[in-house]
Design a protein around this ligand. Sequence first.
Ligand code: ADP
Length: 404
Amino acid sequence: MKILVLNSGSATQKTSLYEIIAEPPADPPAPLWEGLIEWDATDAAIRTTGPAGVRLQNRVPIVSRRKVTEQLLSDLWTGAARLLTGPAEIEIVGHRIVHGGEEYSEPAFVTSALKDVVRRMIEFAPLHNPAGLEGIEIIEQILGSVPQVAVFDTAFHRRLPEAAAVYPGPYEWIARGIRRYGFHGINHQYVAQRAARLLGRDLRSLKLVTCHLGNGCSLAAVRDGRSVDTTMGFTPLEGLMMGTRSGSIDPGILTYLLRRDNLTAGQLDDLLNKKSGLAGISGISNDMRQIVSATNAGNPRAKLAFDIFIHRLTSLIGSMVAVLGGVDALVFTAGIGENSAEVRAATCANLEFLGISLDPSKNSQPACDVDISTVDSRVRVLMVRANEDWAIACDCWRLARTHS
Ligand code: ADP
């Protein structure tokens, strides 16, 4: 089965083609083909890669997502090195949709009712849901009636216990949909399953804390294969310190700023989402690589940014472990989680009291999907490569199989 996966963001779109022949292999394969579109104000940069490396790379002076996507996909079925005879070879298309509201706790075939929910949730995910919806509609236009599947970032957290999901505000908030949704669920679920496989254990017997540390950062407490708590909430702003987002702060600061500086909602949004976090504190960068190198060069603001990041990470991992009532493994994933030996070392050093013991030589090796704890560590520590697109392809395959 040839499966196309679209991961549509506000300024980027990643597209991957997978083939699952009999069943999904136990270890994730590389995609057959990958396409990336990156937009700026006037241009789009397109790049595709296949089995033999880069196939196409150019900049086009168009910003219409539909036109650029058409160009990108035509690389699959035109030219001497085409991978498909035509669009009809694509049997199913999967989409990453950030917000599925209260309705969706599982991947689902795209219907007009599903599109209505995604549209309704634009209010709660204004940067992400419009791109996902547009991706679905573009595929309808280019590939006609091919079955499409939506896989939601909120779905894995949809069954959070009420006590974890409901904010202690006015009771009426619940009816208005003001509750904790949680995000990064596709990857939290994927790395939890992958961790169980790497540990040779049944996922339903494990207590895991999955640490998705990328530009956005969140934790999930996973018990019996289900998310029982997570650090992001109503929006992807809650919880950990991130690249440019503050994470949780005293809401009293907001009312203080509203009163004192007469800020508008838009200005507050901008402060908390774009001018805070590693970038806001360091004044240097949102990128952990630059924070670590500036810290090593003696920059005090970079050091403060790093220290806050680790303090908050330690404290929220502790909170996830308390909710789980123990922990079998800590799983690091995404850009920082996979690549920053410094972040993993500093966090695990703070958590030694839990029985976590990191092997320094394994921690400093650039490998993924490996156990980096010492043999006698009571809690395993894993590094697992984020792979949302493969997780979406597998969900498409499962849904197609159950409906065939
Ligand atoms: P996104 O959340 O947008 O998917 P990623 O998961 O790719 O992003 O994470 C990007 C972030 O990962 C970068 O901003 C940077 O902070 C961090 N990162 C990437 N490579 C490294 C590295 N080698 N060392 C430390 N941090 C890294």
